[in-house]
Design a protein around this ligand. Structure first.
Ligand code: NDP
Length: 489
């Protein structure tokens, strides 16, 4: 029985600093439940002073606790215990399903296991990757010695609060850093519980701290803090650019930026069974209500298979039903809030005004009150300069473009701004590899769409989709700085 009563869930109040929930004076903000728009609770925004406190606590904890200097295996063991507690905790799934767009079924079966697995992956990395030794002249030794940065500032978005936190904290902590994390003010609750479990698992108090508040106040204070030595962010391209500029200005800090996308699904006539392809395309743009940076939102389909594929997609889109995220039967995510729903509506309306043909959907589900459930939407004949093709929508909206020749399809697939992911669907290996080389994207999925549980494969975008990688060994290495050492003996 997974269903629960959202009014009976006890919500963690305050920030989490030095291993304790902490109340501080400041501006209050309401947190709404995406499923029904009702206020779940109120929190206080971390002022620059509270952020300063959290960062100083983290810096002191690094010096006092021995976290950075203990054996990497010890750090790995703590992270392993943390993953076990995450899997076993009864409160975490409720906080995530109540406060985010993720239905409880998905939280229990995907989000929690995925979060724990990411932490485990980095627990295993802790003692696996070394520095380097270089060839130098006799009686001399050249080395590259990795060390943690110190305090890392992490800022996460609202679409996958738990797993995004694990992608930031896992590598940072495994590498011996401390973290101050600011979750989105729209989805603040589960991250606090995640941090509490880390301390229960043996992480020294103060090594992982959570501050609540808006990006404009708490987030920018975190980025600017002189003791924050690196910033790791997931969110929109616009905010990523702002953070990069702030990080440069306030101490030339390195950044990892996982940003927006407008990813193509390139389907060739020889893609194979249409039903399978339709399933992949559908999942690619409707998972989490389309609120995923990797959502595959541009269908670029070769003429021979187009009619069959589009008709299957239309039929399947009509099967979606809205449902409260705390109901175990719900599978379809609401849009996070009214602002996001309005953004989707504006882009869809603009596409329609410019001649786009709405084949299915195009509006919210009726009778869902202040829960903003958007119907899966297909738009054909979209004008090339339409925002529906140019901008990240972050909703369950798929544009459709039809092509004849391979080169045409490839040309349509690369996007002028974004380069996060691409799906290529063909049984012709040569063509698949040509497409893989031809499309400017940080990830190319061939005959599938979406990540596997192989955390060794990193993720990150080209162009406006970001800088650096989350996941994989790359994310771990990006949480260390490298000191060049030359010794004469
Ligand atoms: P943002 O990119 O603005 O927010 C993401 C995170 O950054 C939040 O925690 C936010 O805080 C914080 N933030 C905002 N401004 C600053 C700043 N100046 N300094 C430091 N931190 C900051 O996304 P939105 O929530 O506004 O969503 C808008 C659009 O962004 C969506 O429609 C979607 O297109 C895209 N998006 C992309 C995501 C992705 O995974 N690529 C994830 C989320 C959104 P807070 O919100 O608490 O104020």
């Amino acid at each position: 029985m997974l269903s629960f009563d959202p009014d009976k869930v006890s919500l963690p109040d305050g920030h989490y600093i030095a291993g304790q929930r902490r109340q501080c004076p400041g501006n209050r903000f309401a947190v709404k439940r995406p499923s029904d728009g009702r206020v779940a609770g109120e929190l206080t925004e971390a002022s620059a002073g509270v952020v300063d406190d959290a960062v100083c606590v983290a810096d002191r904890a690094l010096k006092d606790s021995g976290w950075a200097s203990c054996s990497p295996r010890q750090r790995g063991a703590v992270l392993q215990r943390w993953a076990t507690l995450i899997e076993a905790d009864s409160q975490l799934p409720l906080l995530e399903a109540l406060g985010s767009t993720r239905p409880i079924f998905d939280v229990v079966h995907h989000e929690i296991p995925f979060t724990a697995a990411a932490i485990r992956f980095y627990a295993e990395c802790a003692d696996k990757y070394s520095g380097d030794v270089f060839p130098t002249r006799d009686a001399s030794l050249g080395m590259l010695v990795p060390e943690p940065y110190g305090v890392i500032g992490a800022i996460t978005p609202w679409n996958f609060p738990l797993s995004m936190a694990s992608w930031k904290c896992g590598p940072a902590l495994a590498a011996g850093n401390a973290v101050v994390l600011k979750p989105s003010e729209l989805t603040p609750y589960s991250t606090i519980r995640l941090a509490e479990l880390a301390v229960e698992a043996g992480l020294p108090a103060g090594i992982l701290n959570i501050v609540q508040g808006s990006g404009a106040v708490s987030g920018s204070a975190l980025v600017a803090h002189p003791l924050v030595r690196k910033v790791s962010f997931t969110g929109s391209t616009l905010t990523g650019a702002r953070i990069m500029s702030d990080a440069a200005y306030h101490g030339m800090k390195p950044v990892t930026l996982e940003l927006g996308g407008k990813s193509p699904q390139l389907v060739f006539d020889d893609a194979g069974e249409v039903t399978d392809v339709a399933e992949r395309i559908l999942r690619g743009f409707t998972a989490n209500g389309g609120q995923a940076c990797v959502a595959g939102t541009r269908l670029i389909v070769q003429r021979g298979i187009a009619d069959a594929l589009i008709s299957q997609l239309i039929t399947r889109c009509q099967d979606f039903r809205p449902g409260l995220t705390w109901d175990e039967n719900s599978r379809y995510a609401p849009v996070i809030d009214r602002r996001q729903a309005e953004k989707i509506q504006q882009i869809v309306d603009a596409a329609s005004l410019q001649g786009g043909e709405i084949l299915v959907g195009g509006q919210r589900f009726a009778d869902t009150g202040d829960g903003y459930f958007w119907q899966p939407t297909l738009i054909a004949n979209v004008s090339p300069d339409s925002p529906a093709l140019q901008e990240e929508i972050f909703g369950p909206v798929l544009t459709i473009q039809i092509f004849d020749e391979e080169e045409q399809g490839l040309a349509l697939a690369s996007h002028p701004t974004y380069g996060l992911c691409a799906g290529v669907h063909t049984k012709n290996l040569d063509r698949a590899l040509r497409a893989m080389r031809g499309i400017a994207a940080g990830t190319v999925w061939i005959n599938r769409y979406g990540r596997s549980g192989d955390f060794i494969i990193p993720t990150g975008g080209f162009h406006g989709s970001g800088i650096g990688k989350d996941l994989g060994r790359q994310a771990f290495e990006a949480c260390r700085r490298y000191k060049s050492v030359l010794i004469d003996f």
